[in-house]
Design a protein around this ligand. Structure first.
Ligand code: SF4
Length: 295
């Protein structure tokens, strides 16, 4: 029998900001890809899927600890990679033990969606997972190759379409400043174009942070990567927004702790307002620079 949380969660735990009030159930350890040059989240973890009996014990443990859980997030990096039969068994057990749960969500990688058939995705959707978080990072293949994402923008677009067809809501993120001071024009334009093509339900822009222990940090130490400053980050953000042209509603946020400016709105109707907010901040460039130094 599990007695405390230290027997449940292995290593540091990550979740999207919008899962702040969710019960976090760790069904996998680490990320099945774990090769992105900028990412330090799961570097210390060897990827594994927890045994089903352990997962069931953890669900039972949380039932005793938590009075009410209407949202459950499946951690770590890639719960969707779990073989379908096992994932369906986990979802059925969650439903049985937490009947009040209204939303189950998870991170997903390109590989985890690639490996599942349309039929399997549909079954998983119908069995409870309704929202997938995917780090797309860039719409530019050169950037995706440089950061070792292991996928092209066209493949990402196809996988997102596949997930949407199965009925999942998609929350995707892109990285601003991923090229540092190098020319980011193609990254920004193609990222805006990819968002326009996919029309995800939610888009978040994160600002690159160079984390110790990553390949990117080594590049930075060797002088091969120079961080973009706040003004450059905002201009890149502006260029991405200029290139977002959608018909379906897309909720847009830059409210992650890494960002210089917190923006929020829904495309297409808020596009001009978002651009004018950036413009007015760019005109007060000194404020941005001060915030940049504080980070
Ligand atoms: S797929 Fe996501 S979690 Fe895995 S290494 Fe890349 S950024 Fe990190």
């Amino acid at each position: 029998m599990i007695k405390n949380l230290s027997e449940v969660w292995i290593g540091d735990m990550y979740r999207p900001p919008s899962e702040a009030y969710s019960l976090i159930l760790q069904v996998t350890v680490g990320c099945s890809h774990n090769k992105c040059t900028f990412c330090d989240m799961y570097k210390s973890k060897k990827f594994s899927i927890k045994p089903i009996e352990q997962i069931k014990r953890e669900i039972e443990y949380f039932r005793k600890e938590v009075k009410y859980a209407d949202r459950i997030f499946l951690a770590d990096g890639d719960a969707m990679i779990i073989p379908t039969e096992k994932l369906l068994e986990i979802l059925a057990y969650i439903k049985e033990i937490f009947p009040e749960c209204k939303r189950i969500s998870s991170y997903a990688t390109h590989k985890s969606i690639q490996l599942k058939t349309d039929e399997e995705l549909k079954k998983i959707r119908e069995s409870g997972i309704s929202l997938l978080y995917i780090g797309l990072e860039s719409g530019d293949d050169k950037v995706l190759e440089k950061i070792n994402k292991g996928v092209t923008a066209a493949e990402h677009a196809a996988l997102c379409r596949k997930a949407k067809k199965a009925g999942f809501l998609l929350s995707v993120t892109f990285i601003v400043g991923v090229l540092g001071k190098k020319d980011w024009t193609d990254h920004a334009i193609k990222t805006g174009e990819l968002i326009s093509e996919i029309e995800p339900d939610f888009v978040g822009l994160l600002t690159l942070r160079v984390k110790e222990g990553t390949e990117l940090h080594n590049e930075y130490l060797r002088g091969e990567f120079q961080k973009a400053d706040g003004i450059e980050i905002l201009k890149e953000t502006e260029k991405i927004i200029e290139n977002i042209n959608v018909k379906a509603p897309v909720v847009f946020r830059t409210n992650h702790a890494s960002n210089y400016l917190s923006l929020g709105g829904t495309f297409p109707q808020d596009k001009e307002r978002l651009l004018s907010e950036i413009k007015s901040v760019l005109e007060r460039g000194t404020i941005i620079e001060r915030r940049y130094r504080e980070l």
